[in-house]
Design a binder for this molecule. Structure first.
Ligand SMILES: NC(=O)c1ccc[n+]([C@@H]2O[C@H](COP(=O)([O-])OP(=O)(O)OC[C@H]3O[C@@H](n4cnc5c(N)ncnc54)[C@H](O)[C@@H]3O)[C@@H](O)[C@H]2O)c1
Length: 403
């Protein structure tokens, strides 16, 4: 066996929870550590460790990403009332992803892993659709209030030059209130990340919002995109033979369903959250969706788009084998290693990551897969394996590619 690949700069490794934490270890042991002398700065973002550190560990992991530039993250539990009890938490800690995003800013790009034998539910889709999700503000940083009794709700802004006050609603009885914010700076960096990513991929960029209803909030998003496009990107897009256009979110959905794919769809934070699950499911499986957060300062955080696969974890705890799909987590590792290789000038690291992706796709093409894909694959001969056996099959193909 040839010598392991050496890394010069640490990769920020953020471990997580439940079934994905188990997969994390297996992926490292089977597919990465035998080939790469892994140099990582390790942060354990399991719910227990977040609770013990009063969630400081999440902030430290995000700051380490700023220091080193590239991170790979395992899926983590976002606590709710039930998790508070299950883990006897001190507090209902915020979503680690939301904390990391608010420190790094930037945009999340989600792209499905396409395998020939798994046909999308939407028959016209031939190429991947990448969802670019704005990763700052809106309902993820909102302030909510439960109105219990009649009263007047007002929006008050106290600025350097005085106060602005607008009536939101005069409540006659119980109801709900919510306020949210965003920043021009963040929207600009969202737009720039999208324009740069489109140029990098040589794919059209669509941006959708609801400016007909939300004239100021969504209208500002639309204006900022248009202004930056005219000012800095129009010529580059024309030279690359690609297009940028804005359309209403409802029209975008209709066009997406009729399209053949192969473009980037920029969405506001909540739209991107929901639409990326829709696109992932329609392409086949949530377990086949990759995700990367690209910050305006050029920091990258790679992860799978899915969660911790709780149902499988409870089975695993009972000693039952599970057929959890590790593809998106493998691609989080390959994405991060490839980027480290590019930034540090280690082409063999990028080549290794490509070979691992190729081996993983080849395995499924050969009819060897996890249970979630078995129902979707068009192949007549299928071998459905548990996660560890599936990883071993990938390793066999990887060894052939590398030999
Ligand atoms: N990025 C993240 O860290 C992230 C994202 C979403 C949810 N979560 C957390 O994950 C936990 C579980 O949430 P959930 O059930 O809504 O989402 P989930 O993605 O874990 O599961 C959703 C559904 O998809 C299936 N699924 C997902 N990934 C799969 C895989 N790799 N192989 C096979 N099947 C797969 C699951 O069995 C389930 O039916 C929650 O605590 C939530 O807070 C974390």
């Amino acid at each position: 066996m040839t010598a392991k690949i050496t890394m010069t700069t640490p990769l920020v490794e953020m471990n997580g929870d439940e079934m994905t934490r188990i997969l994390w270890q297996w992926i490292k042991e089977t597919l990465i550590q035998p080939y790469v002398d892994l140099n990582t700065e390790y942060y354990d973002l399991s719910l227990e460790k977040r609770d013990a550190s009063n969630d400081q560990i999440t902030t430290e992991a995000a700051l380490a990403t700023k220091k080193y530039g590239v991170a790979v993250k395992c899926a983590t539990i976002t606590p709710n009332a039930q998790r508070m009890k299950e883990y006897s938490l001190k507090e209902m800690w915020k979503s680690p992803n939301a904390t990391i995003r608010s420190i790094l800013d930037g945009t999340i790009f989600r792209t499905p892993i396409i395998v020939d034998s798994v046909k999308p539910f939407v028959s016209t889709w031939k190429k991947p659709i990448t969802i670019a999700r704005h990763a700052y503000g809106d309902i993820y940083k909102d302030v909510e209030y439960r109105v219990e009794a009649p009263g007047k709700a007002e929006l008050v802004f106290t600025g350097e030059n005085g106060e602005v006050r607008q009536t939101i609603f005069e409540f006659k009885g119980p109801g709900l209130l919510m306020s949210m914010h965003n920043l021009d700076r963040s929207i600009q960096s969202f737009a720039r990340s999208c324009f740069n990513f489109a140029l990098d991929r040589k794919q059209d960029l669509w941006f959708s919002a609801k400016d007909t209803i939300s004239k100021t909030y969504d209208g500002t998003f639309k204006e900022i995109f248009q202004q930056l496009y005219e000012q800095d990107y129009k010529e580059k897009f024309e030279a690359a033979g690609i297009q940028y256009f804005y359309t209403l979110i409802d029209d975008a959905i209709a066009r997406v369903i009729r399209s053949e794919g192969g473009f980037i769809w920029a969405c506001k934070n909540y739209d991107g959250d929901v639409m990326s699950d829709m696109v992932a499911t329609a392409f086949g499986s949530l377990a086949m969706m990759t995700s990367v957060l690209v910050s305006p300062d050029g920091y990258y955080e790679f992860e799978a788009a899915h969660g911790t696969v709780t149902r499988h974890y409870y089975q695993y705890q009972k000693g039952t084998e599970t057929s959890t799909n590790p593809m998106a987590t493998i691609f989080a590792w390959t994405g991060a290693l490839k980027k480290r290789g590019e930034l540090d000038g280690i082409p063999e690291l990028a080549r290794f990551a490509d070979a691992l992706e190729q081996a993983a796709i080849q395995t499924i093409e050969d009819g060897v897969m996890t249970k979630d894909l078995a129902d979707l694959s068009l192949l007549s001969q299928k071998k459905v394996l548990n996660s560890q056996a599936f990883l071993s099959e990938i390793r066999q193909r990887l060894d052939k590619i590398l030999s």
